[in-house]
Design a protein around this ligand. Structure first.
Ligand code: SF4
Length: 195
């Protein structure tokens, strides 16, 4: 598209930033020929659930990467899922900023352990973490479980350990988590949405 200098400035008056474009040294023809590509072209989509609160809004996460065996997909855009019955495509400011949470250098991605008296956190495997948690939980329950109160009534309670569940779980996961935790006698049971 060829544009005369007069036409170019007329277009600028309708919305283009004349001074900044000219200051950058673009000619009128070059400036109008540039078309900005839609940023989601070529991205991969995956559905997920916002992890922040118990509303559990549905998300669509867009990643770049060609899915080759050793290529790592990198999420660069997140938006509300318009087909999700909870949020119908909307997100609150926390959910809309999730991409920064994903790429935060402070995000915890694997289990770490700090030994008693140590100031250092050490990375451990998931198997080591599960084994350690299971051992501590079992030992504490064996030591502190209360089957009957002072009056002899059955109470089956365990007050020295609490459980914090995820708020973004499905109904089924929540039901199973509730059954397992309550069956141990734990009373201090909540989810991370209220923390
Ligand atoms: S987007 Fe906002 S309202 Fe929805 S689950 Fe996340 S934090 Fe909660």
């Amino acid at each position: 598209m060829q544009v005369t200098r007069r036409q170019f400035f007329k277009y600028c008056a309708a919305g283009l930033g004349t001074s900044s474009v000219a200051a950058l040294g673009f000619s009128p023809v070059d400036a109008l020929a540039e078309v900005r590509a839609f940023k989601l072209i070529g991205s991969s989509e995956a559905r997920n659930t916002c992890p922040y609160c118990s509303v559990s809004c549905g998300l669509i996460m867009h990643s770049m990467g060609d899915k080759a065996k050793n290529a790592e997909l990198s999420i660069f855009h997140i938006e509300g899922d318009p087909d999700h019955p909870v949020n119908r495509g909307t997100l609150c400011p926390k959910g809309a900023a999730l991409v920064d949470f994903i790429h935060s250098p402070n995000r915890l991605k694997y289990p770490e352990y700090r030994a008693p008296g140590s100031s250092e956190w050490k990375r451990i495997t998931w198997d080591e973490a599960f084994a350690k948690v299971a051992r501590l939980v079992k030992d504490d329950r064996d030591k502190n479980f209360i089957a009957k109160n002072a009056a002899g009534a059955t109470v089956n309670r365990w007050l020295t350990t609490g459980f914090l569940a995820a708020s973004a779980s499905s109904n089924e996961t929540g039901w199973i988590t509730h059954k397992v935790v309550r069956s141990t006698g734990i009373l201090a049971f909540d989810n991370q949405a209220r923390v």
